[in-house]
Design a protein around this ligand. Structure first.
Ligand code: G6P
Length: 594
């Protein structure tokens, strides 16, 4: 989703901002732009357009020195992706340049109240902010004008602002959308994601909601909306720059699929000591005391949550529900007396989840976030958090985070289980078996060429395999654009089987011994109606005609293995179609608007 990078200092702002924006490309965007100060001429130049950063780089002027600028990648919400709607936007007299992440819900009311008769260059909600600041700054200081504007805005915003009339300053403001400032001895960075600072700053300050930052040369002040200084923590940036490079791989997605065995081993190292789980006491207590877990998530993380439900109920005996965050936020079901909310989010920034977190915190309920980004909003704001240790996940389509999330859910439940599953041993076997599947990737690529020739595809499975089907189908549709659905195998015949034609690909996932026969019957039903079938099964339930056979592990953790062929199927299907695998159309990695 949208990205912000701003810089003021004595290094080249152009380089820092463009590099920073490139590091945020993985989040998904459709336009990019930058405003740069020409140090010598003391002028400001705006370059922006629809398209990739590579295009932006080709239209930027490199002939002058610049020590101040703000840049943006835009994921369109208000107004189509085009030149006019790209950020930075500027005020009526081009005094204020701004970039914005988030959505201003009351921008039409603000126009009606304060900006009647103003002419706007774009269809965005953002431009209104620039006009308001300029209008208010006629009667008050720029800081006051920005804070007054903040007090009027409803919705979410992360803002970086430049004032043409004061080129030694840069401003930032934040509410609900992530924003931080990166600190270095050469200058100050404002960014929406710490990734943008890697290589340029060693420390950063995550900003709280309703905070306002005034950067003056090398110093900064963080204030609240009425101008009172706010407390803040300075944190170390501990991301290894080599972790965000593709290395020998053609795509981040392939790299991340390959990293999964290593991630599981990291998790074992981090959360086990002498075969026992080393979870901190308060987390164990929260799990012991709850009468029901409510898992709140979106996308791939929700699919991991479905597996988590099985794990919590079968290993730890805790009733568990899984909810789509965007539905739960505004339509809460009846809760039990002592609920525990578990938020699962790779990025830790998904706005739909945050809306729920804010809501349940206000009601005094306990919360735990499972995330890959320990510095994220959801990690900071929940009562507890557990890191999944997957390392930066750059491809939009999530792979290693999914399997890591399941491992962590297992570890949480294991602390409360009767120990009949040796989790350390199980997960170690998972890691080895993952390697066995990844080694067969060329074979999987050859299957894809044969099978995925149609516009649509179905995944079918029962029980825990059904949940893997949901993730497998999400992966395939996300990056190959083949219309794919995951179905409970027994439900297909109640309607959807009408869509099966000659050669429609149907992929079955079969790992659960007690119901494997039923899934096979459903497979015959579609086969006899012309479907081109492919089976991913485990050794103990396989048939000799099955195409992909994976090792046996405990059923609750079989999704960590059966999902891997489906990740590779998605990858190779997208590769064969020539799609932009790491940055699929219309998608964003971190969805910071509701
Ligand atoms: C977006 C991404 C999905 C992801 C979902 C949840 O929709 O495109 O790949 O699964 O967000 O993201 P989260 O960071 O909360 O896990």
């Amino acid at each position: 989703m949208c990205g912000i990078v701003g810089y003021i200092g004595n290094k080249d702002a152009r380089e820092i901002i463009l590099n920073g924006l490139e590091k945020l490309e993985y989040r998904g965007y459709d336009s990019a732009g930058i405003t740069l100060r020409n140090n010598t001429a003391d002028t400001f130049n705006v370059y922006k357009d629809k398209g990739r950063i590579a295009h932006l780089k080709s239209i930027v002027d490199y002939s002058y020195d610049s020590g101040l600028g703000i840049g943006h990648t835009r994921w369109a919400t208000h107004g189509i992706p085009n030149y006019a709607n790209s950020h930075p936007h500027y005020s009526k007299d081009s005094r204020f340049f701004i970039v914005h992440n988030g959505v201003i819900e009351n921008y039409k009311e603000l126009i009606a109240t304060y900006l009647q008769g103003s002419v706007f260059a774009s269809d965005t909600d953002t431009e209104v902010i620039a006009h308001l600041i300029e209008r208010f700054s006629a009667k008050m200081s720029v800081s006051e004008a920005i804070r007054k504007t903040m007090s009027l805005l409803e919705g979410s915003y992360a803002l970086a602002i430049i004032d043409r009339d004061n080129p030694h300053k840069m401003y930032a403001a934040k509410n609900k959308s992530p924003l931080l400032i990166g600190l270095s001895d050469h200058g100050i960075i404002v960014a929406s994601d710490v990734m943008a600072c890697v290589g340029y700053a060693k420390e950063y300050i995550p900003l709280d909601d309703k905070s306002f930052v005034e950067v003056d040369g090398a110093s900064y002040k963080i204030k609240d909306i009425i101008g009172k200084p706010m407390e803040h923590d300075v944190k170390e940036i501990d991301i290894d720059a080599s972790n965000i490079e593709k290395g020998e791989y053609a795509h981040f997605m392939l790299k991340e699929i390959n990293e999964q065995p290593g991630v599981i081993r990291n998790i074992l190292q981090r959360y086990f000591k002498d075969g026992k789980v080393t979870l901190n006491g308060p987390i164990k207590e929260a799990l012991q005391e709850t009468d029901r877990i409510y898992i709140i998530a979106a996308g791939t993380s929700m699919n991991a949550g479905f597996v988590g439900k099985q794990i919590f109920e079968k290993m730890a005996n805790i009733p568990t529900e899984v909810h789509i965050a965007s539905e739960f936020a505004y339509n809460m079901p009846l809760l039990t007396k002592n609920p525990l909310f578990i938020f699962i989010s790779q990025s830790g920034e998904t706005a739909d989840l945050r809306a729920v977190l804010v809501n349940i915190k206000a009601k005094g309920y306990r919360s735990l976030t499972i995330t890959n980004v320990k510095t994220s909003t959801l990690a900071r704001e929940a009562d507890h958090f557990v890191e999944i240790m997957a390392g930066p996940e750059i491809a939009v389509a999530s792979t290693k985070a999914y399997t890591a999330q399941i491992a962590i859910l297992g570890i949480l439940a294991y602390g409360l289980s009767d120990g009949h599953i040796n989790l350390y041993k199980e997960l170690s076997r998972v890691a080895i078996s993952m390697e066995n599947i990844i080694d067969k990737r060329e074979y999987i690529e050859s299957l894809v060429k044969d099978y995925l020739t149609k516009r649509n595809c179905f995944y079918i499975g029962r029980g825990i395999d059904y949940y893997t089907c949901l993730e497998a189908s999400l992966k395939l549709k996300e990056i190959s654009y083949i219309q794919t659905e995951g179905f409970a195998a027994g439900e297909l015949k109640h309607g959807t089987i009408a869509l099966i034609e000659d050669n429609t690909p149907v992929i079955a996932i079969i790992s659960q011994r007690d119901i494997s026969k039923n899934t096979r019957s459903n497979l015959y039903e579609v086969k006899s109606r012309g479907a081109h079938t492919l089976v991913i099964s485990t050794k103990s339930v396989h048939d000799q005609d099955d195409q992909i056979i994976v090792d046996d592990v405990h059923e609750l953790f079989s999704p960590m293995l059966t999902v891997i062929p489906s990740q590779l199927i998605a990858y190779y299907a997208a590769l064969a179609r020539g799609n932009d695998i790491d940055k699929p159309r219309n998608l964003a990695k971190s969805v910071t608007v509701e």
